[in-house]
Design a protein around this ligand. Sequence first.
Ligand code: PBG
Length: 326
Amino acid sequence: MSTQPPTPPSSEPCSSPSRSVRIATRYSALAMWQAEHVANLLSNAGVATEIVPLISSGDTDMRPIDATRQVGVFTKRIQQALIDNEADIAVHSLKDLPTEVDSRLTLIAVPPREVVNDCLVSPARWTLDSLPAGACIGTGSRRRAAQLKNRRPDLNIQPIRGNLQTRLEKLQTGDFDAIMLASAGLMRLKMDSVPRVELSLVEMMPAPGQGALAIEVRSDATEIQAATQCLNDLATRAAVTAERSLLANLNGGCLAPIAGYAQILEGHLRLDALVLSVDGSKRLEDSRSIRFDENHWQTCAERIAAEATENLASRGARELIAEVRL
Ligand SMILES: NCc1[nH]cc(CCC(=O)O)c1CC(=O)O
């Protein structure tokens, strides 16, 4: 369903293209950091770059993500720039990249993943358990909301939109008692002083692809592909492929309460998957691992996701996900 053309497993050296590589990115501070990070990685590999910042509808349209009824609000504008040859590579947060594939584009590289977990941000540094009864929590993510409600049905969960800075301002002005964010974003922007508590992967399972970057190129741009494929980290690539394959199998998009985290441990690919009802009252988990074969990383990733999907579906996961479309 979401099969991508295979990326070479080995870290081939990046070959230098005949001109500098144009990197398309959104304008937000996080997106710009990510584009500059990839520019640095390429520069270390001897490849010259320039950054092309673009405005996306996901940044200007401040309705709740649900109301926009669109997938890829953050990624489409950047992908269009590639298709129109305004840029050579696109840098996305992998979490924001829809699982549907456009054959004109190729996911050429996923650099090493750093921080995957979420955090709870509040001036008093509340934990999930010490949050006062009825506290108002800002999140636009059904995945986060459902996990929170599962553990703390008393909390009042309200939507929040906007980039990191905007969300933190809304917390500061007292609109919310706490908000939930991906720690990766705060780490990347060196927002060390933001008062927060890191949530464990048991307390809050991350979104498929969270904390990882995606580098896309045009499918016909062989020179650019040769210049960027060295940024691919096979372990991260296999892990996020398993997570995204689970999401695609369950038809989850980015709006369903589906969480997944995969990692390679001692030669095995392990996938932890979680599906919840929107109200958080029902929770289905699946954890499994299979022997990881580097040479067949994609097959391994798709197989473990298929097995997890089958198990979750046999226990009613599809019915829980269908609630989202009501
Ligand atoms: N949906 C917005 C988004 N996309 C990627 C990140 C954080 C960085 C990442 O997960 O790689 C965020 C913000 C957040 O969820 O707090």
